[in-house]
Design a protein around this ligand. Structure first.
Ligand code: PLP
Length: 354
């Protein structure tokens, strides 16, 4: 069974093997070496010279960390909404008492920085953007959003959980202030670890926030990170897995993986359209290269089981389009032959149904 999932994704055997090793202490030199190696790899993935913190939680934990370390109740923040994950980020910010201004976009459309820009007021404290919307399968123009906050007091907080290590990413170059990802998507490792980096502008915000913080106090993370450690016991085995995945990713360069992902997704999109299937991503949206959402009104379950019979496990749709869409992941350990196999299975299914 080939799995083309959207997270957690298939874990390659060599990554599983990296965890088959005796336990080590997180206060040992062996551990510090692994954390350092992962940090260097993640700096390359993020496109940053800032420290990349290892956090034992899923990616959502780092989003909470961003809020409680860099904001205060009542702060005005702007959030373009393009699907479930941007909505979730908005709900979290509201729950923490931020003054959230949503800027809604049609489902299947990318967020347009030109339309979002006017919503930033002089005292707006943050702009929260999902890099790659894993429900509808669209990508947002981070470079464009970075330009909006470059000369503004607001910080740009980016959820790149389904983007980092699969899509081009230039944290420093594009002016991203907080960048977050987790281990179970393009990093093709088990769930349980998340990574985040902060710009100087964001670190300054960390000095004073209006929220209590302890487990997710990023000032402590930064201090321990100087010795390649974490404040509390991290997911040590998960970190071994990520180290192994990053060795693979960096072997021919992160750019090589990003190119493979883009080529696979382009092949997938054109093949699906040729078969007569429609995508959720609009023609003028930036389609996601890490996952493709297919529109099959009322027929999602049927497609999932038909594909499974032919040896391909893909991901279901997300509410409110659970019955009407399914998602094909091209993140992680996915190669051209997998896409070709998937397309010929989809073609057979279409023909059988006609
Ligand atoms: C998967 C996903 C999340 C959730 O990440 P967790 O690691 O499960 O907390 C958030 N945002 C996006 C865009 C995702 O794809």
């Amino acid at each position: 069974m080939k799995k083309l999932l959207c997270g957690p994704v298939e874990i390659p055997q060599f990554v599983l093997d990296a965890m088959d090793t005796p336990s080590i202490s997180h206060r040992s030199p062996e551990y510090e070496k692994i954390q350092k190696e992962v940090e260097m790899g993640m700096q390359e993935v993020f496109g940053t010279l800032q420290p990349v913190l290892t956090v034992t939680s899923s990616g959502t934990g780092c989003m909470e960390a961003a809020i409680i370390n860099c904001f205060s109740p009542g702060d005005h923040v702007v959030i373009p909404i393009v699907g479930n994950f941007s909505k979730q980020f908005s709900s979290m910010a509201s729950e923490y008492g931020l003054d959230v201004e949503e800027v809604p976009f049609e489902y299947g459309q990318s967020a347009d920085p030109v339309r979002v820009g006017p919503h930033l007021k002089p005292d707006t404290k943050g702009l929260f953007v999902v890099h790659n919307e894993s429900s509808s399968g669209v990508t947002n123009d981070l470079k464009g959003f970075g330009a909006l906050v470059r000369d503004h007091k607001a910080i740009l907080v980016v959820d790149s959980v389904s983007g980092a290590a699969g899509l081009p990413l230039e944290m420093d170059g594009w002016g991203i202030d907080i960048l977050i990802t987790s281990s179970q998507k393009c990093l093709m490792a088990p769930a349980g670890l998340a990574f985040m980096a902060l710009s100087e502008k964001a670190w300054q915000r960390c000095e004073r926030s209006g929220f209590p913080r302890y487990y997710f106090d990023l000032r402590r993370f930064r201090k321990f990170n100087q010795d390649n450690q974490t404040p509390t016991t991290p997911g040590i085995y998960n970190l071994m897995a990520v180290a192994s995945a990053l060795q693979f990713i960096r072997k021919n360069g992160v750019g090589d993986v990003v190119n493979r992902t883009a080529e696979n997704a382009a092949l997938l999109r054109s093949g699906l359209k040729e078969i007569g299937l429609e995508l959720v991503a609009k023609e003028d949206a930036i389609p996601s290269d890490t996952l493709t959402t297919v529109l099959v009104p009322g027929k999602s379950a049927e497609w999932l089981s038909a594909l499974k019979e032919k040896g391909f496990q893909v991901a279901g749709g997300l509410a409110p389009y659970k019955e009407d869409t399914f998602r094909i992941g091209t993140m992680g350990y996915v190669f051209r032959e997998d896409i070709e196999g998937m397309l010929s299975a989809a073609r057979e299914i279409q023909n059988e149904r006609l």
